[in-house]
Design a binder for this molecule. Structure first.
Ligand code: OAD
Length: 255
């Protein structure tokens, strides 16, 4: 018997034109693009020592070693592109809904797919900054000609991402909190929900009245309080949940 996907994944929240929708995304949304997630059997943290590549101490001890890992990630990401899950979120915004994406991902795929309201909690792999403070700038060179790359001032350049043990940018977290206090629908996609502060965001939104929807391959701590959980691939679930809403709004705009 054929499975009717529209039956399998159905949004239990009736979306209206005035609703504020917030997507909270993690590594799982980019898995179908070919980017490995962090946890689980084939997760990145099983293959590489997080202390050595994603902490300020690891970078200070051996910047070349840390950069080799980021350089290989940049090279992989350059070859990949956003998938249907990113595209669905971008289309929802383009159709005229009030959509904000709060992401833990550094791959830039939300912006690449056309989302404009994106809050990047953990930075962006295509930005780098001088460790002496000359500034932050976009750099899409991959692979880098030499590692670690150096600034014009002679200091080492680092990826503009947040490492374990570092504070998140206050203004960015502030913008995320503000949105979470003022959200009708909060859709959490592809995160294991274990790294704070992001892991607490959906619960915060729920405490402020939001309807929480989770999309993941498996149960997470978020499943225990989500209003609904859809277990499946983000690139398959999100289009089914939102296509009708995107279509009806796009049709309306054409009238
Ligand atoms: P994780 O690797 O911890 O979790 C990925 C989640 O995505 C898991 O719950 C998977 O079940 C789910 N998943 C995998 N493929 C999926 C698919 N196709 N569709 C839907 N869900 C899928 O990644 P994050 O939760 O993003 O931080 O990790 C949070 C933070 O921990 C990262 O930003 C990173 C990491 O260490 C830093 O590096 C600071």
């Amino acid at each position: 018997m054929r499975t009717d996907r529209t039956q399998k994944y159905k949004l239990g929240f009736h979306l209206t034109r005035n609703n504020r929708i917030t997507f909270l995304t993690g590594a799982g949304i980019s898995a179908e693009s070919g980017i490995a997630t962090f946890r689980g059997e084939s997760g990145l943290w099983e293959k590489v020592d997080v202390e050595k590549v994603a902490t300020p101490e690891g970078f200070a001890e051996n910047p070349k070693r840390a950069w080799e890992w980021y350089d290989s990630r940049r090279t992989t990401m350059k070859q990949c592109k956003p998938n249907k899950a990113h595209d669905t979120i971008a289309k929802l915004e383009k159709a005229g809904y009030d959509v904000v994406v709060i992401t833990q991902n550094i791959d830039n795929f939300h912006r690449d797919s056309g989302s404009e309201n994106v809050i990047e909690l953990h930075g962006n792999i295509w930005y780098v900054r001088c460790t002496r403070g000359c500034g932050v700038w976009e750099d899409r060179t991959a692979p880098m000609p030499s590692l670690p790359p150096l600034c014009a001032c002679g200091s080492i350049i680092r990826p503009h991402v947040v490492w374990f043990g570092e504070m998140l940018d206050e203004s960015i977290v502030g913008a995320a909190y503000q949105r979470l206090f003022d959200t009708d629908l909060c859709v959490v996609v592809g995160t294991s929900g274990v790294v704070y502060p992001a892991a607490g965001f959906a619960e915060m939104a729920k405490a402020n009245g939001a309807y929480v929807v989770e999309v993941n391959l498996e149960r997470t701590p978020i499943s225990s309080y989500a209003d609904e959980s859809h277990f499946g691939k983000a690139g398959e679930v999100l289009p089914v949940l939102f296509s009708e809403y995107i279509k009806s709004r796009a049709d309306e705009k054409n009238i």
